[in-house]
Design a protein around this ligand. Structure first.
Ligand code: BES
Ligand code: MN
Ligand code: MN
Length: 456
């Protein structure tokens, strides 16, 4: 029997080659242009699960993109780990900002550059390779199920129904997900929370058509100006969100919990330098770690209207638009927050314009336990790989399905992420460290081993 280290050492080139094949498939779920490629990616994942030794591999069709399922049940009396991941990726636009093409993976300075390298292909594929090792070496200590979906980046629209309709198939004891970040390879960490999300689009309409800005300007409200004012009013002078009732359900952390989170190593100068900013910004009274992990936020994701083409056009636009997202923390509820936003935004709009608020997808916040067997197993596994005990952190991102897993399947999740916040997720030049990938593959079998052992 080979140890996992020996196996990784002997197979690392193949592990990279296979990941590269996966990364070459542009599985962008948001853009219908890539429909064929997204479907090919599902087939690729199914094939790799089969090759690794999974049984009952299925490409489960949904109203949208399919969910790939596979399992290995070695003994119904043993615990079952359900591994979740997503094979879809964010759009790669704007392509011109990439140093190398997003779907032609390349290694530079020990990092794999490609769309989806960290989010989430490079991360879920570690589980497939770790599973291959456990199968080949008779080292699978528990049952394992895989559910890899293709719509995470568009809000997991069909996964909720799939989970509700397949409770028996998905029966397990814990969910493990590698789709989050750790602090660094020197300071491993485990995310113990994900924020929820409310996403809305607003449309502000002024006159019934675009107007000559000289003939009508100054006499008719410009929807772009009004939208800018409305948006600016959503934060007060302390950078608190100024929507009445917005904070009502927010659970404040105890001073002890805050101190604990703030102990995580964080260099504000390095953070500012990396981002090319002079100074950080945010809600008064909270540290950067708290602002991104434990506090709700409101961000404009896009704003447009009027003429944005080459040269100048003197026009007073009829319409202006914005996409706005709010990140939520326990115990905020995305439907309630979306309703509050809509009510407030409509109330503050002046009579010279009409506003419409259109809700998009949402998701609920979660905090995952740190006193569970699964958390302890993850902690032990990371400690063994990295030689230092991982620290618990709160992540700023969202994986909306995690709250639903808890609600529908009654299962808790372990966020065993190996990415870094600086991996440029959703940005040009997304990357994932070769070392993160290989260390992830080495750590996962240890997680399963300790999870099975601690369950005895
Ligand atoms: N993997 C990310 C979420 C993430 C990233 C969590 C880093 C923690 C640390 C996931 O793919 C993602 O991007 N989620 C979206 C939400 C979705 C509804 C589009 C997000 O957070 O914006
Ligand atoms: Mn992801
Ligand atoms: Mn993502």
């Amino acid at each position: 029997m080979q140890t996992i280290q020996e196996y990784v050492e002997a197979n690392k080139q193949r592990f990279l080659d296979e990941l590269f094949d996966l990364l070459r498939l542009p599985s962008v779920s948001a853009d219908p242009k890539f429909k064929g490629d997204v479907e090919k990616t599902a087939a690729f994942v199914a094939e790799k699960l089969k090759e690794a030794g999974a049984d009952n591999v299925e490409i489960c069709q949904t109203a949208g993109y399919p969910i790939v399922y596979g399992e290995k049940i070695i003994d119904p009396a043993l615990p079952t780990v359900l591994t979740y991941g997503h094979y879809d990726v964010q759009p790669a636009d704007p392509y011109e900002l990439w140093d190398t093409p997003p779907f032609e993976p390349t290694i530079r300075d020990g990092k794999i550059y490609a769309r989806g390298s960290a989010d989430d292909k490079g991360q879920f594929y570690m589980h497939v390779k770790a599973f291959e090792y456990m199968m080949k070496n008779n080292a699978l200590p528990c049952n394992i199920k895989f559910m890899i979906e293709g719509e995470e980046e568009v809000g997991s629209i069909n996964l909720g129904n799939f989970v509700k309709e397949n409770k028996e198939k998905l029966k397990a004891d814990v969910i493990v997900i590698s789709d989050t970040s750790m602090i660094s390879l020197e300071t491993p960490s485990l995310e113990t929370g994900l924020r929820g999300l409310s996403y809305v689009e607003v449309e502000v309409t002024g006159p019934n058509r675009d107007l000559h800005s000289g003939v009508y300007g100054g006499a008719v409200a410009n929807p772009a100006t009004i939208l800018a004012k409305l948006i600016a009013s959503l934060h007060d002078e302390h950078n608190h969100i100024a929507i009445p009732g917005f904070y009502d359900d927010v659970v404040e952390l105890t001073q002890e919990e805050r101190d604990e989170l703030n102990k995580a190593p964080f260099e504000i100068e390095a953070y500012q330098e990396d981002l090319g900013i002079q100074e950080v910004w945010g809600e008064e009274g909270y540290s950067t770690i708290e602002r991104t992990g434990t506090r709700p936020t409101l961000e404009v994701n896009g704003i447009w209207g009027g003429y944005i083409g080459e040269g100048a056009k003197t026009v007073l636009p009829s319409k202006a638009y914005a996409k706005i997202s709010m990140r939520l923390v326990p115990n905020q509820n995305s439907q309630r927050i979306t309703d509050l936003f809509k009510k407030h935004f409509e109330a503050i709009a002046p009579d010279c314009v009409k506003v419409e608020v259109k809700p998009h997808h949402g998701g609920e916040p979660v905090v995952t336990p740190t006193d569970s067997i699964a958390y302890k197993a993850a902690e032990k596994a990371l400690t063994e790989t990295f030689g230092i005990k991982p620290i618990p952190t709160r992540g700023g991102g969202s994986i909306p399905i995690v709250a639903l897993f808890e609600e529908v399947l009654g299962l808790k999740t372990v966020l065993l992420g190996f990415g870094l916040n600086s991996d440029n997720l959703h940005s040009p030049n997304e990357k994932y460290g070769v070392e993160n990938y290989l260390k992830g593959i080495s750590t996962i079998p240890l997680f399963h081993k300790y999870y099975a052992e601690l369950n005895k």
